[in-house]
Write a new protein. Structure first.
Length: 348
């Protein structure tokens, strides 16, 4: 009897070795897929964890920065209470809010540091909205315009000539006023509509110093040099504090219609006198010899000067988990209340 079957194939169906081989291949495929899924899940988890950690560290850093803002507010309130007890209240650089600070070490590592600057020690750009009447025998510039022209010429780099300073001062006045009539050396919408990109004047008080970059004749170099010495707070301008104004700003104070800034040497004399003796009041400041001992010639600028401050700039920086963040806050002190008028910041 012939037992040979014509349909028999080695390794065909029913062959144990073939079944084992197929099972091994399937197992290897399952293992490979599982490994790929695990790797993908691990990578996705790592990204999720990192994102969560970044959010946590950012929130933690911002909480520290807001804490610095609260501490700044406390310092301003302490100063407010101390001023109430002074015979001649004023805000000056000897007060608690103006003292230098050092980085404060955080328990989990990193540090926090902050400082306050008197914004009323800067020139307020919104003073330039007013223009002098163009009449024969009248001053050509307002006291604020003349002071700003001197401030521009007091910049170290780049040098700004008197004529360039006049162009810039009158262009800012046109930017702020509500009419469309350009000053003799200014610029209104007709000028800006031909620029690239075309734009219009603000026709309102400036809300940010950065608006200067859109004003005619302001170059990037002039903007960078001028930015530390000017402000837009408060937007209804308040007097410049003679006790906190830095050297460059002090040099912008001179007799009416004299468009030349004080020399650096005269400015330093004012700073040294302020540090050593201090100005008793505004009248004592105006009779200082650097002004020629003719206070009556400074009657125009006198209303622009003062001894008190209500607006301050907080600059705070924190390092958490090797990440740095900054916060800039404009703080208003009104009676015994501190309000944050504006905030800006971000990662470094």
């Amino acid at each position: 009897m012939n037992c040979h079957r014509s349909d028999y194939r080695p390794g065909g169906r029913g062959n144990p070795r073939g079944e084992r081989g197929a099972a091994l291949v399937v197992a290897m495929l399952v293992f490979a897929l599982s490994t790929a899924l695990v790797v993908a899940m691990k990578s996705e988890f790592a990204r999720f964890y990192q994102r969560s950690a970044n959010v946590l560290h950012t929130e933690q850093a911002y909480a520290y920065l807001r804490g610095a803002e609260d501490l700044a507010g406390i310092a301003l309130l302490v100063d407010y209470d101390q001023d109430k007890e002074r015979e001649q209240p004023r805000d000056d650089l000897s007060e608690i809010w103006a003292q230098p600070t050092t980085p404060y070490a955080l328990e989990e590592g990193g540090w926090l540091v902050g400082s306050l600057e008197d914004l009323q020690g800067r020139f307020n750009l919104n003073f330039l909205v007013d223009k002098a009447p163009q009449e024969r025998g009248k001053p050509r510039f307002t006291a604020a315009q003349a002071q700003f022209i001197r401030l521009l010429q007091a910049l170290e780099e780049p040098p700004v000539s008197e004529q360039e300073a006049i162009l810039i001062a009158e262009s800012i006045s046109d930017w702020l006023d509500q009419d469309e009539s350009p000053s003799a050396n200014g610029a209104e919408d007709d000028y800006y509509s031909s620029r690239t990109p075309a734009h219009r004047t603000g026709n309102r008080p400036m809300a940010s110093v950065s608006e200067l970059r859109s004003v005619a004749y302001i170059t990037p170099e002039i903007y960078r040099a001028l930015e530390p010495w000017v402000t837009v707070w408060p937007q209804t301008p308040a007097p410049l504090n003679i006790h906190t104004a830095p050297l460059t700003v002090l040099r912008s104070i001179n007799v009416d219609q004299n468009l030349n800034p004080l020399s650096e040497a005269d400015g330093l004399l004012l700073v040294e006198y302020r540090e050593n003796s201090g100005f008793t009041d505004l009248d004592d400041f105006l009779v200082n010899p650097v002004f020629g001992e003719k206070p009556e010639q400074m009657e125009g600028i006198k209303p622009l000067l003062g001894q008190y401050s209500a607006y301050f700039l907080l600059q705070a920086e924190v390092e958490v988990a090797d990440r740095n963040m900054r916060l800039y806050s404009v703080l208003q002190r009104r009676n015994r209340q501190i309000n944050a008028m504006a905030r800006a910041g971000g990662s470094l």
